[in-house]
Write a protein that binds this ligand. Sequence first.
Ligand code: COA
Length: 169
Amino acid sequence: MTPAPLFIRPVTPRDAASVADCVDLVARERLWLAAIEGFGLRATDDFIRANLAIGNPHVVAVASNGIVAGWCDIVPPLPWPGFNHVGRLGMGLLPEWRGQGWGSRLIESALGACPRRGFTRIELDVYAHNTAAIALYRKFGFQQEGVKRGIRIIDGETQDMVLMALFPS
Ligand SMILES: CC(C)(COP(=O)(O)OP(=O)(O)OC[C@H]1O[C@@H](n2cnc3c(N)ncnc32)[C@H](O)[C@@H]1OP(=O)(O)O)[C@@H](O)C(=O)NCCC(=O)NCCS
């Protein structure tokens, strides 16, 4: 049997540089993420270590050469009492790995860790033009909660943001 080209597993601090590169590349496409560049090695390392310490779901898709090709993390958006059950999902894949089911595998793995973490509301924001991501989220049961109209104006385009949430049973 041919081995799967990517392996989905929890992130480790050793992935920090490759995760930083992966996020940076996807951000620089200027289409899918709010950020238009990555967060750098130090911030990425801190983020990974915090997620491991707290138990926030954070998984990566790794190629056989150790390069991180994609990620999915679910972290609390707000630090205050009353919001500890909420997780905000973020994810992405390098362009060459899209449309082959890896996004589905990443999100399935990250959502699987939510009960352990105590997240009972998973939310996310996605640009309305991101049809692939919206299809993926709907497939996993996310429902639209609203739309922020004209939230970003970039490269001559005015973009809407769709708000989605999932309440895993
Ligand atoms: C969004 C993203 C993570 C989805 O991952 P993926 O591996 O491409 O998605 P999958 O191959 O698992 O497909 C998931 C579903 O979306 C649908 N889909 C995939 N690509 C699509 C496309 N280009 N247009 C419409 N639907 C699409 C498929 O029909 C699939 O459903 P199916 O399994 O029932 O056929 C990936 O495309 C990506 O990294 N995009 C850029 C970064 C990004 O948008 N991040 C999310 C920001 S909110």
